[in-house]
Ligand binder design. Structure first.
Ligand SMILES: [Zn+2]
Ligand SMILES: [Zn+2]
Length: 247
């Protein structure tokens, strides 16, 4: 039965590939497997796969030979937004070209390669989350956008860890967009927007937050503050891309 089932599945996959040949989600060039990027699109991204801060994943210049336990100045000063952070790539023209349509133009097919890159960024990380939580979106924004892009990224990550994805223990109030603000203004703008409505699900849990982009870290930092107050024991984060400024 098992062999027959497998044969039926592979015949079905063959038929799907024949009818809908796998193409790169970004440029439609032919690729080997559904969801894969073509080599040109893959190499356009600035992947954070070299030396990095052991705690927040901030990329160090590739030519620098640092110990795997080295910390960036922010983490060395004890000012990291979370207990552990990783990001798949740097926020630049290439990641922006994928992120904006993913966020605002319904390109949810991008979520597969983005989540895969985030899972790869977490590979070997010494964390053990009990819950995976997409950064909540305010209800008003959710109605307008129809989906929370962070949820699409969080679902496969929760599956890899074999834990629950939590989308309703924390609510977010609507505030105007934070675009083009200083880190200080961002921190003030995000202050008190999150409310833990199900503290029973947070108490004693290690939580992995998921977002598409990390800018100043203000959102992660504020979420950690309310989650720790509700009894979380650790708060980690992963984003597809992050803004990298010279340190
Ligand atoms: Zn491509
Ligand atoms: Zn760091």
């Amino acid at each position: 039965m098992y062999t027959i089932g497998r044969a039926v599945r592979s015949a079905a996959n063959f038929l799907i590939d024949f009818l809908f040949p796998p193409t790169c989600p970004l440029c439609n060039a032919p690729v080997d497997m559904h969801g894969d990027l073509c080599i040109d699109c893959w190499t356009a991204f600035n992947w954070i796969d070299g030396p990095k801060c052991a705690k927040c994943g901030y990329p160090f210049p590739a030519h620098i030979d640092v110990s795997p336990t080295a910390l960036c100045p922010t983490c060395a000063a004890g000012e990291c937004a979370l207990d552990f952070i990783r990001s798949a790539c740097v926020y630049d023209d290439a990641s922006k070209a994928a992120m904006l349509p993913f966020k605002h133009a319904g390109k949810i097919k991008y979520s597969y390669f983005m989540a895969l890159a985030m899972i790869w960024a977490l590979h070997g990380a010494d964390i053990c989350p009990d819950i995976v939580m997409p950064v909540p979106l305010a209800r008003r924004r959710l109605r307008h956008r129809t989906y929370n892009q962070a949820t699409l990224l969080a679902r496969p990550i929760a599956r890899v860890y074999g834990v629950r994805m939590d989308v309703d223990s924390v609510h977010r109030k609507h505030r105007p967009d934070m675009g083009h603000k200083t880190p200080k203004q961002r921190a003030e703008n995000i202050r008190n927007v999150f409310t833990v409505v199900r503290p029973d699900r947070i108490r004693g849990r290690r939580i992995l937050l998921v977002d598409d982009v990390m800018t100043s870290g203000a959102t992660f930092r504020e979420l950690r503050r309310v989650l720790m107050r509700a009894g979380a024991t650790a708060v980690y984060g992963v984003s597809f891309c992050r803004v990298v400024r010279a340190v």
